[in-house]
Design a protein around this ligand. Structure first.
Ligand code: TYM
Length: 317
């Protein structure tokens, strides 16, 4: 059986990038799948406790609305083995390799002080993964470096202390693995960014329309201008990729206006059913809580022997 694992961090509100890069590929793999909310990772930069609770509840509901109900769903903090294994892995990881993590450099940039947990973030992520011995980890392109570090740590651990972990493969979607910001197509669409360039999963159709209408394209408006070219036309290329990933067709689009109308229609068609399910689920928060509580019970059972094996291999009695 192929075990699958992935988590999302409730550090903001889910975007179209999260849906296309992660949630949809996750929804396609739900047999023996463990999908979580990495609430502990949401505390690696300055956070507001009340907002974290609110975002976590919203995201839990969105995971169900996105159709993940057949997988085991859980909150990371409800499964203490994650932090326990993270410490063991910190005893195998090197500061040099953590220093090379692009996300650490990006998120730490311009801050006068960074939390120690931001530095060890990828080790907790490695623990999230290795505890479940998954063979595949579906994520967006921006998580590739972290999954590669996870593989390195697993290989190192197995060589040094004995075979405890499987070495997972990363899976990224063909279209939508790196959705870019509409207002600044040189950076990725992010849930923590200013929302003008991010399509949120709960944005109503008119907001989607406005954001797409204002998306950056370029000044090249000739008859053959609606074409993909990452270097010269990052904005247009991003819109074309979103269109494709949302099931639209780029054929016959003669202007940027037509492209934007098609993108809006395709995105709204993907979001509408999800928003409808969200509204139904949000009316019954106890049901969502019960799904995640049951998931955590299963996760605690599945992860206990793996943590015990790692502890024993490292010489803890
Ligand atoms: P996070 O919460 O930033 O993103 C959740 C998932 O969405 C993908 N993603 C994107 N895909 C395409 N285009 C985008 N613009 C875009 N933005 C985000 C991410 O690649 C991710 O798959 N550290 C992780 C959470 C995590 C995790 C794990 C993932 C914690 N432990 C273990 C996998 C396995 C994160 O913060 O993702």
């Amino acid at each position: 059986m192929t075990t699958t694992l992935s988590l999302l961090t409730p550090s903001g509100r889910l975007t179209l990038g999260n849906l296309l890069g992660a949630l949809r590929p996750m929804a396609e793999r739900q047999d023996d799948a463990y999908y979580g909310l990495s609430d502990l990772h949401a505390m690696t930069t300055r956070h507001d406790p009340a907002l974290l609770r609110e975002r976590t509840a919203e995201m839990a509901t969105l995971l169900l609305a996105a159709g993940l109900e057949r997988a085991t769903l859980f909150r990371q903090s409800a499964v203490p083995a994650h932090t326990a294994l993270a410490y063991l892995l910190e005893c195998t990881a090197h500061t040099g390799e953590l220093n090379r993590m692009i996300q650490f450099k990006e998120k730490g940039r311009g801050q006068d002080s960074t939390r120690a947990s931001l530095f060890t973030y990828p080790v907790l992520m490695a623990a999230d993964i290795l505890l479940y011995r998954p063979s595949v980890v579906p994520v967006g392109e921006d998580q590739r470096q972290h999954v590669e570090l996870t593989r390195d740590l697993a290989i190192r651990f197995n060589r040094t202390y004995g075979e405890v972990f499987t070495v997972p493969e990363i899976v990224t979607p063909a279209a939508g693995a790196r959705v870019m910001d509409l207002a600044d197509p040189t950076r990725k669409m992010s849930k923590s960014a200013d929302a003008a360039g991010s399509i949120l999963l709960l944005d109503p159709p008119e907001v989607v329309r406005r954001k797409v209408a204002r998306a950056v394209t370029d000044s090249d408006t000739g008859p053959t201008s609606v074409r993909a070219d990452r270097e010269a036309k990052p904005g247009v290329t991003n819109l074309l990729e979103i269109l494709l990933a949302c099931g639209g067709s780029p054929d016959g689009l003669s202007s940027y206006g037509a492209l934007k109308r098609s993108v809006t229609d395709a995105v709204v068609a993907v979001l509408e059913p999800l928003q409808k399910r969200y509204a139904d689920l949000a009316a019954d928060p106890a049901r969502v809580d019960a799904v995640f509580a049951a998931g955590a019970v299963r996760c605690r059972a599945v992860t206990a022997p793996v943590l015990a094996a790692a502890e024993a291999a490292m010489g803890l009695a």
